[in-house]
Write a protein that binds this ligand. Structure first.
Ligand code: BGC
Length: 790
């Protein structure tokens, strides 16, 4: 495939800016995704004000799932667009595909969330300078604002005409999720559209208003309505040479599932939305923007600070990029919602939540923003009824979590049919919703990590324990007995490696299922012996006493694939007997899934080809069960067979390579991982950014190189800084206490911030335990780290 010219610019000497240096209407998908904006409630793809054939206008509001028709699964509906503005100058429509563009830049400031586009445009008798600014407010989650300035650089006057409003003619790639809306024009040119999703009946109240710095510039203004559309047509007085015009567009969205809307009637909601925009009239774009900046600082940047002193400034930039997106997409305002695999940056994966949350993003929130992590794990508690429904449907007990989740209690949301099969010419069946079952123990794993880090006993007793018991019930009912081996097996699954379907005894699945049941047994004993009233309540609700002997009996007999004589752990029963082929041709492609140009999934299933970290992930979750030697042997064995065709793969490889002391290799994985979205390949992010890989960037830095892990309930810090880094400085939260950590090649310093909290806190490093005393700094010397890593 031809390598495309990259327009991306990451070298602005700022760790907080990513930019695009040229305009190419053939590759809008990349910038639309990576420059997307959001505040966890709503998110906006970075489409431009003017229209282009290849653009994909998308705006989503968390949790507002709808099912377009019975044969489809629910998805986040693409909300009527407010960003588009048609601009005509002397009857010529602004369109960058024609004319001459100079001084072009498109920059996203990752710290403030502002997107700025600048260019001079010369076409026929028109020569103008444009500046477009835009932010999604972090201070008020319902608000997004644009500011546009146009300066006349030509010798003749420019007649400017604008069309701006709310456009409901957008769809999710053809699926229209809304009924025709009610359109209203209020005084002060506030336009409103009230639309309702067709199946879930969620009402959206969208309002917008244009505000001119000099209202006298308006010659004529009319409001028009079209099908699914309300808009204002504005003609302005001629803009003379060197004159500048500036206006803002404020838009809001409220929905009937907003927590604060539950007790409010539709009419009241409409009025509230209108008053909200009326009140904003006196507030300048900059004032609103500054409020948003303060909220970013206060809620995000000041709570968790992290600094990499590296010879490569894009290391820090990629970390900031990842964190910016994670906070744009996490619905921290409402536990009924979770993070979609593409956030709000595109229609990929329909806004659904996967194990991506628990294994790849939750660690960041647990250690840096425990209050947000609590919301994410609470979502899984709210999802218990859906998971119980799924288990029952499949004749299992307890809770079987859906592979893809939407509204928490909906149950399974994975589509059944996917892309074309190159051999049969028919759609490929997606088996994940049926047999990719490790999600159930992944959820329990996330819950346990959250409780370990926070000590949040309230959550544990009221929600977490129930998840652990119900998931253990599922696993024990899922096991099948092999009488000749006298072992319990787990047959017919997909493990993390989705290129292997219908396998028996996927190692990751078996180990994690056993861990889940052990955890339930431990918890059962602890509650029964030490917290009898909690035990009684849970037992009354879940009948756990009826299960305990079954768990005890089965757990020890679960078959766990062990290293063979060469030290290789079989990924599943058949993997090691399959054919090995040379994958170098496919690995050198930028595009993921290049393999499928030559093979179908059935053929790939029969070869030793792994889509993403599978066995390697086992080491990440259950480090203490495997020696470093075994980890190394398996990394060496599986790496040449691993395509990294999922963006979840590289971060796990980076972490395990760092763990086993191969920091140069780990750093190399990290460099590749940075490029998944930010890199030069212009088509990598068309469907949206890769949320799990963004979490993975932080994981590689803090859990991998920084060596911070929660292992068997204990905080372990064993850094492995790459050569390119002089230091890594950050803070985390452990049992409600802030720990400031500075890692250097020769030592690690940890300070527990002063507080009145008397909880005893320990950190372990290379088998030594250190107590962290409030207000005191401890130093862990390199000698200890070196010595113990042997
Ligand atoms: C990966 C899954 C992942 C999903 C969503 C798939 O390509 O194989 O592990 O959960 O994408 O990110």
């Amino acid at each position: 495939m031809d390598k495309q010219k990259s327009l991306m610019n990451y070298e602005r000497n700022s760790p907080w800016t990513i930019g695009e240096i040229g305009f190419d209407s053939q590759h809008l998908g990349k910038s639309e995704s990576i420059f997307s904006q959001g505040n966890g409630y709503l998110g906006l793809r970075a489409t431009l004000e003017e229209n282009y054939v290849n653009q994909k206008r998308d705006m989503f509001v968390a949790g507002t799932f709808n099912k377009f028709d019975n044969d489809e699964v629910t998805e986040l509906p693409n909300v009527p667009d407010v960003v588009g503005i048609d601009i005509k100058i002397n009857d010529i429509e602004l369109n960058l595909n024609q004319g001459k563009i100079s001084n072009y830049s498109l920059d996203l400031n990752l710290k403030t969330g502002e997107l700025v586009r600048k260019f001079d445009w010369q076409y026929r008798n028109v020569y103008l300078r444009f500046v477009f600014r835009r932010f999604v407010s972090f201070a008020n989650r319902h608000l997004l604002a644009q500011n546009i300035s146009i300066e006349n650089l030509s010798d003749i006057a420019a007649d400017i005409y604008l069309e701006s409003g709310i456009n409901g003619q957008v769809t999710n790639s053809g699926s229209q999720h809304f009924s025709e809306g009610i359109k209203v024009q209020h005084p002060n040119n506030i336009l409103q559209m009230i639309s309702e999703t067709t199946q879930s009946k969620i009402r959206f109240i969208q309002s917008t208003r244009l505000i001119f710095t000099e209202p006298t510039q308006i010659k004529r203004s009319l409001v028009a309505m079209g099908r699914r559309k309300i808009f204002q047509k504005i003609s302005l007085y001629p803009l003379l040479k060197n004159q500048k015009l500036s206006f803002s567009k404020y838009s809001t969205v409220f929905t009937s599932i907003d927590k604060d809307a539950e007790t409010t009637s539709q009419d009241q909601l409409i009025d509230q939305a209108r008053f909200f925009l009326e009140k904003l009239v006196g507030d300048s774009f900059d004032k609103l923007f500054n409020e948003s900046i303060s909220a970013w600082n206060h809620n995000v940047w000041e709570k968790h600070e992290i600094q990499i002193d590296s010879i490569d400034s894009t290391d820090q930039l990629s970390l900031n990029f990842a964190r910016y997106h994670l906070h744009s997409m996490v619905p921290s305002h409402d536990a009924r919602m979770n993070i979609g695999a593409k956030g709000f940056s595109g229609e990929g994966y329909k806004g659904h939540t996967f194990w991506d949350t628990e294994i790849f993003m939750l660690p960041y929130f647990i250690l840096a923003y425990p209050e947000i992590a609590k919301k994410l794990v609470t979502y899984r508690f709210l999802g218990l009824s859906g998971a119980e429904k799924k288990a029952k449907l499949n004749h299992y007990e307890g809770a079987q979590y859906p592979w893809e989740s939407a509204w928490p209690d909906d149950g399974e949301a994975t589509p059944v049919w996917g892309g074309i099969d190159i051999v049969t010419g028919k759609p490929t069946k997606i088996w994940s919703g049926f047999i990719e079952q490790h999600i159930t123990s992944d959820v329990a794993y996330g819950v346990k990590q959250y409780i370990d880090a926070t000590g949040d006993i309230d959550f544990a007793y009221s929600k977490g324990c129930e998840i652990i018991f119900e998931t253990a019930k599922f696993w024990s009912s899922r096991l099948s007995y092999n009488p000749s081996e006298q072992l319990y097996e787990i047959k017919n699954v997909i493990g993390p490696d989705e290129y292997k379907e219908h396998v028996n005894n996927n190692a990751f699945t078996n180990y994690s299922a056993q861990w889940n049941i052990y955890l339930a047994i431990e918890l059962y004993d602890d509650l029964k012996n030490n917290h009898s009233s909690v035990f009684e309540d849970l037992n009354n609700k879940l009948g756990i006493a009826d299960y305990i002997s079954d768990w005890r009996e089965k757990v020890k007999k679960i078959y766990l694939p062990k290293p063979n004589d060469k030290g290789v752990i079989p990924q599943d029963d058949d993997y090691l007997n399959k054919k090995v082929i040379d994958l170098s041709k496919y690995k050198s492609e930028d595009q993921v899934g290049a393999l499928f140009d030559d093979y179908n999934l059935k053929q790939v299933n029969n070869m030793q080809i792994t889509k993403q970290a599978d066995i390697i992930l086992l080491f990440f979750l259950f480090d203490s069960l495997f020696t470093k030697k075994i980890q190394k042997i398996n990394l060496d064995y599986y790496l040449p067979k691993t395509m990294h065709d999922s963006s979840l793969s590289l971060s796990t490889h980076a972490i395990i390579a760092a763990d086993i002391g191969q920091t140069a290799t780990a750093y190399d994985f990290f460099q590749k991982e940075k490029n998944i979205d930010m890199g030069s390949f212009m088509d990598s992010s068309n469907d949206g950014v890769h949320a799990a890989s963004l979490g993975g960037i932080w994981n590689s830095v803090v859990q991998g190189f920084g060596g911070v892990r929660i292992i068997d309930g204990i905080l372990r810090i064993e850094p492995n800084l790459p050569e390119a880094w002089k230091s890594l400085t950050f803070n985390i939260f452990w049992k409600n206490n802030r720990l400031d950590i500075q890692e250097f090649p020769d030592r690690t310093l940890i300070t527990r911030q002063s507080s009145t909290d008397s909880t005893k806190i320990f950190v372990s490093s290379k088998l030594k335990e250190y107590e962290l005393i409030s207000g005191k700094k401890i130093t862990i010397p390199k000698e200890n780290i070196m010595e113990a890593s042997k």
